[in-house]
Design a protein around this ligand. Structure first.
Ligand SMILES: [Zn+2]
Length: 326
């Protein structure tokens, strides 16, 4: 009954249970004075999926900011001083981990806030096989800085997203214990949507003519590929900051020919021109595939959701991999 503690409702304290229940009904959206639930938590997230999970868990009880500006390529992005201030003022900071946000360690040290709850999403479950995953699906591709990184694209496994969502609910409950059951209930609803999506992917991708995702983008889909028995053959490595070598271009064209695929997938935020050139050269058609890490300005305007983008991915995968009709 935390609604009752919101501004304008405090006078309700001390009422009998029945009258609180009656008054509670008037606190539903649209009824003043309780229509506006003041957000209790300030949350800062780095990537779009994390923002969506956090909003799904909190509802109106948190203000959830996304650090990435629309259209920014997430691997190349680095925070500005104003972002440090946002993090300092936050109650909860949610990021993927060192492989995705190498800048986080320093900025969190600089933020130095004792109040701040930090949630490293990729640590909310065991990811021991992550390093092997990326090596397998992207031979010879290493991070441009020369380090061997584990694959940060964990949000492209919807079963892991369920665990991240549960971890977010636990973090919010820790900062706002009075709303713990609200966060847990919301997390359960969102997790059931993730489970349904996972089942839909598994069923829809079980009988396809091709199992290779020829990708003009970067190696972001190893988790998704592994979960549904597919293989990604990407042009770029785990981070798209280094242009692919001519050798890699040839390898990808040859793989497309060898597997007899008709489509090459491209990413809007990773130089789609190169994918189009490649498509022309290999006589392929192009289809979009979204990592969902960030939105373009247009997608933001259209109020695109992470789950919606993944539905679009499934549609395109079914077409590109020539899957049997449902
Ligand atoms: Zn990426």
């Amino acid at each position: 009954m935390t609604h009752l503690r919101e501004k304008g409702c405090s006078r309700l304290r001390g009422f009998s249970r029945a009258s609180i229940l009656v008054l509670f009904l008037f606190c539903l959206p649209g009824h003043s004075p309780c229509a506006q639930v003041q957000p209790k938590l300030k949350v800062v997230t780095t990537l779009f999926p994390l923002q969506e999970f956090a909003l799904a868990v909190a509802g109106e009880r948190a203000r959830v900011d996304l650090l990435l500006p629309p259209g920014a390529e997430p691997h190349a992005w680095e925070p500005r001083p104003s972002d440090l201030v946002k993090i300092q003022k936050a109650d909860v900071f949610i990021y993927i981990g060192r492989a995705m946000e190498p800048w986080a360690k320093d900025i969190l040290k600089a933020a130095g806030s004792a109040n701040l709850k930090i949630l490293e999403a990729s640590k909310s479950f065991q990811l021991l096989e992550a390093g092997n995953l990326s090596k397998e699906s992207s031979p010879g591709h290493r991070h441009a800085r020369g380090e061997e990184h584990s694959d940060p694209h964990v949000w492209l496994d919807f079963s892991l997203d369920g665990k991240i969502t549960a971890a977010i609910a636990a973090a919010f409950a820790e900062k706002d214990p009075a709303s713990a059951s609200h966060y847990r209930a919301n997390a359960a609803v969102y997790r059931s949507r993730l489970e349904a999506l996972d089942k839909k992917f598994a069923a829809a991708l079980s009988s396809c003519r091709h199992r290779q995702i020829i990708l003009g983008g970067h190696s972001a889909f190893a988790y998704l590929a592994k979960r549904y028995g597919l293989q990604q053959i990407p042009l770029y490595g785990i981070s798209p900051d280094a242009e692919p070598s001519p050798k890699r271009l040839t390898e990808v064209i040859q793989a497309a020919k060898r597997h007899g695929v008709k489509f090459i997938f491209f990413e809007e935020m990773v130089n789609p021109k190169l994918a189009r050139v490649l498509a022309q050269e290999a006589g392929l058609r192009t289809l979009a595939l979204y990592s969902g890490a960030n939105l373009t300005r247009d997608q933001l305007k259209q109020k695109v959701t992470f789950l919606g983008l993944m539905e679009k991915n499934l549609e395109n995968l079914r077409k590109g991999l020539d899957c049997e009709p449902k």
